[in-house]
Design a protein around this ligand. Sequence first.
Ligand SMILES: Nc1ncnc2c1ncn2[C@@H]1O[C@H](COP(=O)(O)OS(=O)(=O)O)[C@@H](OP(=O)(O)O)[C@H]1O
Ligand SMILES: Nc1ncnc2c1ncn2[C@@H]1O[C@H](COP(=O)(O)OP(=O)(O)O)[C@@H](O)[C@H]1O
Length: 199
Amino acid sequence: MGKSTNITWHKATITKQERHRLNGHKSCVLWFTGLSGSGKSTLANAVDRELHDQQYKSYVLDGDNIRHGLNKDLSFNKEDRQENIRRIGEVAKLFVDSGQIISTAFISPFREDRDIVRGMFEPNEFIEVFVNCPMDVCEVRDPKGLYKKARNGEIPNFTGISSPYEAPANPEIIIQTDTFSIDQSVEKIISYLKSKKIL
Ligand SMILES: Nc1ncnc2c1ncn2[C@@H]1O[C@H](COP(=O)(O)OS(=O)(=O)O)[C@@H](OP(=O)(O)O)[C@H]1O
Ligand SMILES: Nc1ncnc2c1ncn2[C@@H]1O[C@H](COP(=O)(O)OP(=O)(O)O)[C@@H](O)[C@H]1O
């Protein structure tokens, strides 16, 4: 239950469908999920670049960036990760309502939290992209030096080491980033969007 009382929903004048018509494409969320270093930010930004270059309306929400602002009050314990994902789900919904293709790059380690977000969207609007990469490969990549710190006990609750990651049971798209190139991955995601007539 929310804490706001005496509030009434005001129906927007312009519908999502009108925005789709104006933009010439549908909107959706590409929900990238995976371990730290699996390639979520890299792929979300590469897909965004391709969409933008092809004149589609798109945007990226990235975990590290959002935690600098909107979610700076949240830690990495389970409860705060859940609240992180709940808020991002709400923000993603606004972007989808505004007619855009939004790519979100959050570890989002808990299946239940991702499924709650999925339930906020209409069919075909929530596209779960499992960025699958073995942890030992992520740990070798270690683009921000976080695995090294976590192994040294400097980062508590680190995903994959001292905090769980629950892989998606039935994702729309799986990208194996230890064998797929970035270009191949982008192509796979764009093809999916075309097959669903979002583009
Ligand atoms: N304890 C711990 N565990 C995992 N990650 C950590 C942690 N502390 C800091 N970081 C950095 O925060 C980024 C993950 O933030 P997210 O908002 O995506 O996490 S979550 O969805 O709430 O689990 C994550 O970004 P990525 O490496 O891009 O995944 C890290 O840069
Ligand atoms: N096929 C690939 N797809 C995505 N990233 C890759 C791939 N191969 C190597 N990388 C590298 O792996 C790292 C992934 O880091 P990042 O995108 O920040 O991951 P995450 O956002 O999941 O933490 C980057 O340094 C990227 O260049």
